[in-house]
Design a protein around this ligand. Structure first.
Ligand code: DUC
Ligand code: ZN
Ligand code: ZN
Ligand code: ZN
Length: 493
């Protein structure tokens, strides 16, 4: 027949529009969108009645740490291991409406070959299998001028890895400004998108030293060691480097108002500067890091992440405004799954990402349905070279990756506990928050993977995906450049 599966009575939202449409799916692809299908068109296809609920493209989580080595990376306690592997992490994703993820493959200072790093991570993924489609960003901790060019070349050609992440903090990962410029220029040549972790390593090291002198080492002081000004400084500095090199940069996990303002100002000057924020910065504040006192003070570490949550609701409001006005292109979880006993430097959140923005953004009217889709799916697909296979519902072009929500009033509102979730982590920072909606069905390439609280798919249903060049992040070739700011001779190839 014409379709394998049809979704009827949905309010279908994409980044472009929102309306009452039926969706026809054939061979794992979107085959048709229409006001209605005739009984002949439906034939013997399976029919899923959305009962008037929102139907959105499956979530794309473009910032997750899965099966990542942490002893030399952002992890704090030595011996800490990532709690989620590709099986449990992606299982949690599917239960929260996410159908694609991009995980990090991290080079350590000792790893000689980037290709070897990716092969190692790919073995981890192949060993367990994955519930959803996935790809990798490469984390670069060492700029080896003799080998990096052919290696990045091979990552693009052989693996479809078209994005790299670099750090301005952590001794094990941080690059000097010199190396950052060097790397950015290589990224520019290859059309690879640079992702920047911007927090001043020197400000953090200085404040940490001074806190330690005073014995202020409890988890609640984490926010004092990583003040917003450290993020603002490094963001401003990296924007200068990006302008000099004339290459696009995406700032990951933006938490500080000063960083968001610097990004917005750069965008207003026409620079290809992009930004990501995460649920923890919209829902947690510094007060959450200090909630518990006395013997319970280690409970505070459940809210610990880097950069830390903002000082107060003003910081949160600033980020909500940034989501609305286009400062932020993507909203990712930064799922960083540590067992609580390790004093985690990061929050789990691959499963709660979409429900949080749906309940607290879309349902409250803070963002439109179109914006919800742009932030959770389409933006990442375009930014990281997956569009329109992912992030859209274009007939004949897009994979049938779909999240069907509950119709209003159908799901009894509930308070979240960690038992609801499918990750392998022993806590959620969002314990006790209220939810009135949640993904009812999650569909991956036409297959129903999650239905009304039950997992139907398996690890192994997900496919590795080679990505193409970013459709958003392009070097500003046509832009008039000021020779006092930009060395034109560096860019005239
Ligand atoms: N950077 C991340 O992307 N996640 C957690 C901690 C960090 O430094
Ligand atoms: Zn980071
Ligand atoms: Zn405080
Ligand atoms: Zn991260």
């Amino acid at each position: 027949s014409r379709f394998d599966l049809v979704i009827i009575n949905g309010v279908v939202a994409t980044a472009a529009d929102c309306g009452s449409y039926c969706i026809g799916i054939k061979d794992g692809k979107i085959a048709a969108l229409a006001q209605a299908f005739s009984p002949e068109e439906i034939g013997d296809a399976e029919v899923l009645d959305a009962e008037g609920a929102y139907v959105t493209p499956g979530g794309i989580d473009a910032h997750v740490h899965i099966a990542q080595d942490l002893t030399t990376g952002p992890g704090v306690a030595s011996g800490a291991t990532c709690a989620d592997d590709f099986d449990t992490g992606s299982r949690s994703a599917v239960a929260g409406g996410t159908t694609t993820m991009v995980a990090f493959a991290m080079q350590t200072k000792e790893d000689p070959s980037l290709l070897q790093v990716v092969e190692d991570y790919h073995k981890r993924a192949s060993d367990t299998g994955c519930w959803i489609d996935w790809s990798y960003h490469i984390i670069i901790s060492r700029v080896d001028k003799d080998t990096i060019r052919p290696e990045l070349d091979a990552l693009v050609k052989d693996w479809g890895i078209t994005s790299l992440k670099c750090f301005t903090t952590y001794d094990a990962l941080r690059l000097s400004d010199h190396d950052l410029m060097w790397l950015m220029l290589e990224a520019r040549r290859l059309g690879v998108t640079t992702m920047m972790h911007a927090e001043s390593g020197d400000i953090i090291a200085f404040l940490t030293e001074k806190l330690e002198e005073r014995g202020m080492t409890a988890p609640s002081f984490h926010g004092q060691s990583r003040l917003p000004i450290a993020e603002g400084e490094a963001t401003t500095r990296a924007i200068v480097l990006a302008e000099l090199v004339q290459t696009p940069v995406l700032f990951v996990h933006v938490s500080a108002a000063s960083a968001a303002d610097a990004i917005r100002a750069a965008q207003s000057r026409g620079l290809p500067i992009f930004a990501e924020t995460c649920p923890q910065y919209l829902h947690l504040t510094h007060a959450d890091l200090e909630r518990f006192h006395g013997p319970l003070c280690f409970e505070n570490s459940k809210m610990l992440c880097s950069p830390p949550p903002g000082l107060n609701d003003d910081d949160q409001e600033h980020l909500w405004t940034g989501l609305r006005n286009g400062t932020f292109t993507i909203y990712s979880s930064d799922h960083c799954p540590f067992s609580f006993k390790y004093v985690p430097n990061g929050c789990p959140g691959i499963e709660t990402r979409l429900p949080l923005l749906f309940n607290y953004g879309l349902m409250t009217g803070r963002i439109t349905p179109e914006k919800f889709v742009e932030l959770t799916s389409t933006g990442a697909a375009k930014l990281y070279g997956m569009y329109p296979k992912k992030g859209a519902l274009l007939p004949g072009l897009s994979d049938a990756d779909i999240t069907v929500w509950y119709p209003e009033g159908k799901l009894k509102p509930f308070k979240l506990t960690n038992e609801h979730l499918h990750h392998d982590v022993d806590y959620t920072p969002y314990e006790g928050m209220e939810f009135a909606n949640w993904p009812r069905y999650t569909i991956l390439r036409g297959k129903i993977m999650w239905k009304e609280g039950k997992l139907l798919g398996k690890a192994g249903d997900g496919l590795y995906m080679k990505r193409g060049e970013s459709q958003l992040a392009k070097s500003p070739v046509g832009m008039k450049k000021d020779p006092r700011r930009v060395p034109l001779w560096l860019h005239d190839e």
